[in-house]
Design a protein around this ligand. Structure first.
Ligand SMILES: Cc1cc2nc3c(=O)[nH]c(=O)nc-3n(C[C@H](O)[C@H](O)[C@H](O)COP(=O)(O)OP(=O)(O)OC[C@H]3O[C@@H](n4cnc5c(N)ncnc54)[C@H](O)[C@@H]3O)c2cc1C
Length: 509
């Protein structure tokens, strides 16, 4: 099979970048001679594909992993890893600006070195790329095949002209950024997650189209680096999935940072004049034009289903929702399964990972693991973070489930006060009359860490009553969860029980 080169990235080719590329798509790579028949062929080497390939090879299956671009997929190369790396630095800049409130002085002006921010990010990305490297896969016995996969039948596919035969296959082709159809946008040039991490210069003025997690995370980060940042969100609210009080706290944080949020606002036209991008915005009936240096789109994700010739394999799909799967992640072709963003509603790295594990069990063994059995948390890594697991109150109401909610504001938590991180709350919903946790939303600096305790409780069937008995180290932000559990315990003190207690204690006097 032919060799191929490895990246369309325009990031500076420094030592870190060379290491990443060597790990995730080495120059001059020669694909192996294919086996007569693979037990498992995995298409796509993002999180889902890598997890599936490693797990199946470790179990002794003969596995081929096909990747058309970079091992590690979105998460490593253009998603979670680079975004979290730059978000960390942006948080540091925000803290430096508030140094005096911590009793510290920063001598002189705070100057943002954007090129150093991106260099740090590339170093982190290169280091993490070792875990997703071609070497790790080949050491595990996986045949790594670079090229574009296309089905030719229900048990065969080709990679750039070479046929691979399989007993089972997994489609883990992920997703790509949705491209909003705004006249003039393409001609003017725009950023998505696929090229924003290649930037070497900070845009002085940035318009972010889309107020979902990606738009919010990057808008706040760029604003903290010093870009004059506007978010244009066509909906009347941003982070539309989250509870309103959670989004409101973030809205306040954006206002403090200086991010301008324009709700109910659509970008309708883009043109370039005198080297700047002029974007016409329509908010209800009000029209305005903003001049910016860069436009970042974050309007959603589209599953990668095109070009796979799924018809030849008898695999049903939908252009918007992706590969159609049942609860066992099996497609309409019983030999072929799907995992990750290509088929899931919740497009996260941890769900890509969890779904890949389900698929390996179900594809290679008489497994009947169900997607619906998963409890899936998620987090938006703004400052404060917004994390969620389980049901929202509106979902519980839609399902006619009565809920009781216990809320602890972070300003009642000693550690949050000491750290100056008081914005947010822990809100835990239980089924009325029980301590069974149905869901939780946490808004806090470290909400993504804190939600794991609630997820653990839900998966293990641990109720709020038991959480009240768990000693939490003092002072930690996680104490907010204990306080919510204590609030639950107090709510069980009915007037009758209180009366009994009073009588009992009176006997002691
Ligand atoms: C900016 C950003 C930040 C994010 N942050 C987070 C976060 O903090 N936490 C989190 O949980 N999630 C985050 N996500 C989401 C996360 O990155 C994805 O959910 C995850 O990468 C999905 O993994 P996957 O394996 O399904 O797909 P992908 O990572 O998209 O991998 C699919 C792979 O398949 C390959 N491919 C496609 N078609 C073919 C073909 N025909 N032949 C061969 N190969 C093919 C692609 O090249 C790609 O490498 C973020 C996403 C973005 C964009």
């Amino acid at each position: 099979m032919p060799t191929r080169n490895n990246s369309s990235s325009t990031a500076p080719l420094d030592k870190a970048e060379r290491e990443r590329r060597e790990n995730v798509h080495p120059d001059g790579w020669r694909n192996p001679v294919p086996a007569a028949c693979y037990s498992l062929v995995v298409i796509g080497a993002g999180t889902a594909g890598l997890v599936a390939a490693h797990a199946a090879a470790a179990l002794g299956a003969k596995v081929a992993l096909i990747e058309r671009h970079l091992l590690g997929g979105d998460c490593l190369n253009v998603g979670c890893v680079p975004s979290k790396a730059i978000i960390r630095t942006s948080r540091l800049y925000a803290e430096m600006r508030h140094a005096t409130s911590y009793g510290a002085q920063i001598p002189g002006d705070i100057r943002v070195d954007f090129s150093a921010v991106m260099q740090r990010m590339r170093g982190i990305r290169a280091r993490i790329s070792r875990a997703d490297s071609v070497r790790r896969l080949t050491d595990a016995g996986v045949d790594v095949v670079f090229g574009t996969a296309r089905f030719t039948g229900s048990e065969t596919l080709t990679v750039d002209g070479t046929t691979l035969r399989f007993k089972k296959a997994i489609i883990a082709t992920g997703s790509r950024p949705d491209m909003p159809s705004i006249p003039g946008l393409v001609e003017a040039g725009y950023l998505t997650n696929e090229n924003v991490f290649d930037l070497t210069e900070l845009p002085r003025r940035l318009l972010v189209i889309g107020g979902g997690p990606l738009g919010c995370e990057l808008a706040q980060a760029f604003c903290r680096f010093g870009s004059k940042t506007i978010i244009a969100q066509s909906w009347p609210l941003f982070l539309p999935l989250e509870e309103r009080d959670a989004a409101q706290i973030l809205s306040d944080a954006f206002a403090r940072d200086g991010v301008e949020v324009r709700l109910n606002t659509r970008a309708v036209n883009v043109r370039v004049e005198a080297g700047q991008k002029l974007v016409d915005l329509v908010s209800d009936d009000h029209k305005s034009t903003v001049a910016v240096d860069a436009i970042l789109t974050g309007t959603g994700r589209v599953p990668n289903v095109e070009g796979l010739n799924l018809e030849a394999a008898g695999v049903h799909y939908d252009a918007d929702d992706g590969i159609c799967v049942n609860d066992f992640l099996q497609t309409s072709n019983r030999r072929i399964y799907a995992a990750g963003d290509a088929c899931l509603e919740h497009k996260f790295t941890h769900t890509a990972d969890a779904s890949a594990r389900i698929v390996v069990r179900n594809a290679l063994f008489p497994g009947r693991q169900r997607l619906s059995a998963l409890t899936i948390p998620w987090c938006t890594y703004t400052d404060p973070e917004i994390a969620h697991v389980g049901l929202y109150v509106r979902q519980a109401h839609n399902e006619d489930i009565s809920v009781k909610t216990f809320t602890i504001p972070m300003h009642d938590v000693d550690r949050a006060i000491a750290d100056g991180e008081e914005a947010g709350f822990v809100k835990i919903h239980v089924k009325e009359g029980t301590d069974r946790i149905l869901g939780a939303t946490i808004v806090a600096r470290h909400a993504g860490e804190m939600i794991n305790e609630i997820t653990l409780a839900m998966v293990a069937g641990i109720g709020l009553r038991a959480l009240a008995r768990v000693i939490h180290a003092y002072p930690t932000q996680g104490e907010a969860i204990k306080k919510a559990a204590d609030a639950y315990s107090r709510s069980r003190l009915t007037p009758f029980r209180k009366g009994l207690l009073r009588r009992w204690l009176r006997g002691w006097a």
